[in-house]
Design a protein. Structure first.
Length: 492
């Protein structure tokens, strides 16, 4: 009969990731698991819980075992595995807590007040114990329980760096930390392709121990602790790697992995991972383009003549039986248009003032308008702030372009027959932050051809790297071309 026994305690908690895409609400939770390995008198606890409440329940559970808690071993430096430590040590003052040196260093970073405040508190409001401590550094790789050896197994990067498992050879038990997950989405947010491969090697290491039971740090409510979860976790990481190589957005990555593993709990972990790996996963704001401004006019025909004369493009002139009529004009190069007509606005004709027309050369623009027969003011600059909104003849409209020809500094004005007024402004260099970085423009067919050829060449390299044909090449091309023009990092 083996000298040692083990048992586990699992506690369900909410997922630490909020705001995941809808559809998997019933799976949006996870358990943490701790393990008590005991001999005749003494016991070793592996890992603790996070919250004050779960820690209290853990204290009671250990006390009820009737064993003397000699040691607490913490497998890795994530708060959900050691934040309860102080409460345990207060209740069992003879126990000593240990972890490897690199884990202890990681835990010290986890419990820095700034990190608690910015990372843990928002995720677990009011649940983080007020006093947090890190364990002592374990010398060597062996713990003893009533003469039996328990071996610390260095696993390298699994869900975080420098993780470990605890192996109890005499009973064929591996407490895997977070290297093995039981029907739960693994936390891959801290990984890249290299560290995911490190994780796969960690699974090989655990498998090579031929355990009879493997404790997963996170799993379902009543986990079976079967070694089959080594292979299950391996399959998940491999699936993740191949999906990651063939998707470009967080949502796509999330949905494709989810489709392969629909029933695992805690999809929030996958969502956190997708966001971390695919950058900004905030849903892009819905575009709202200011496209049409309605101007009030008294005579539709007269206005139509005027704006035709100005040289703007007539887009529409629609009449309806009920007397409604709409006319639309667009200034050259403008993304926005104006509309006027009948039954369109209760506003008095001529009351739209100082509508900006931005030009790159104020003198040329003024000359062109004048050549069309438009009565346009002379070019001026502001003698005082706000002069551009003053009427012609104001003393603070100073004649001539701004002396240094500063961008935004030179103006001219004209009005339509009703008195709706237009303000020409010269803009040569835009203020920072006022240029849409995603705007992608091609001046000619050949410019576009060359961009496509560059994207195709880079995509050939991409396929060589991944070793797979990419069916979604148009998505990749588009991302490449937009990034290239915006001067951003190109996709690989
Ligand atoms: Zn964990």
């Amino acid at each position: 009969m083996p000298k040692l026994n083990w048992k586990i305690l699992t506690k369900k908690r909410d997922s630490s990731t909020q705001g995941l895409p809808p559809g998997k609400e019933d799976l949006a939770w996870v358990t943490n698991t701790v393990t008590l390995i005991s001999g005749e008198h003494d016991a070793i606890l592996v890992d603790t819980f996070l919250s004050v409440q779960h820690s209290k329940e853990l204290v009671d559970w250990v006390a009820e075992s009737g064993k003397n808690l000699a040691t607490i071993y913490v497998t890795h430096a994530h708060g959900d595995h050691f934040f309860g430590l102080k409460l345990l040590l207060d209740r069992f003052p003879n126990a000593r807590a240990f972890a490897t040196a690199s884990s202890v260093a990681g835990m010290q970073r986890q419990i820095e007040p700034g990190f608690i405040k910015s990372f843990w508190e928002p995720r677990f409001p009011g649940q983080v114990p007020p006093q947090l401590v890190a364990p002592e550094i374990l010398e060597g790789d062996t713990l003893y329980l009533e003469g039996e050896e328990l071996k610390v197994v260095e696993l390298g990067h699994t869900d975080t760096s420098n993780t470990t498992a605890l192996h109890v050879p005499s009973i064929g038990l591996v407490v895997s930390g977070d290297a093995v997950y039981n029907n739960t989405h693994p936390y891959l947010a801290e990984t890249d392709e290299n560290t995911r491969n490190e994780w796969l090697r960690a699974l090989d290491t655990i498998e090579a121990l031929h355990p009879q039971a493997v404790i997963a740090g996170h799993g379902v409510l009543d986990p079976d602790s079967s070694p089959c979860h080594i292979e299950e976790t391996r399959r998940y990481i491999r699936d993740f790697n191949s999906v990651a190589a063939s998707t470009s957005t967080a949502v796509e990555l999330y949905e494709k992995v989810l489709a392969l593993h629909p029933n695992r709990v805690n999809p929030g972990s996958l969502w956190a991972t997708a966001k971390a790996l695919r950058g900004n996963a905030k849903v892009a704001p819905v575009e709202m383009k200011l496209e049409v401004v309605v101007i009030p006019v008294a005579s539709v025909e007269r206005s139509k003549d005027f704006y035709s004369k100005v040289g703007w493009r007539l887009d529409a002139d629609f009449h309806f039986d009920n007397g409604f009529r709409v006319v639309q004009f667009t200034p050259p190069g403008s993304a926005a248009s104006v509309q006027f007509g009948t039954k369109m606005t209760p506003v008095a004709p001529g009351s739209s003032r100082s509508m900006y027309l931005v030009v790159t050369d104020i003198v040329a623009a003024r000359e062109q308008l004048a050549s069309h027969g438009v009565v346009v003011s002379s070019v001026f600059h502001a003698g005082e702030p706000g002069a551009n909104f003053e009427a012609e003849g104001s003393r603070i409209r100073i004649g001539g372009p701004s002396p240094d020809r500063a961008s935004y500094g030179s103006f001219a004005t004209f009005s339509d027959p009703d008195g709706n007024s237009w303000l020409l402004q010269e803009v040569t260099t835009r203020l920072p932050g006022r240029v849409e970085s995603g705007g992608t423009l091609f001046a000619s067919v050949s410019d576009l051809q060359e961009a496509l050829i560059r994207a195709a060449t880079a995509h050939g390299e991409h396929e060589k790297r991944t070793g797979a044909h990419d069916e979604k090449w148009p998505v990749w091309y588009a991302a490449y071309i937009v990034a290239e023009q915006a001067g951003k990092t190109l996709p690989l």
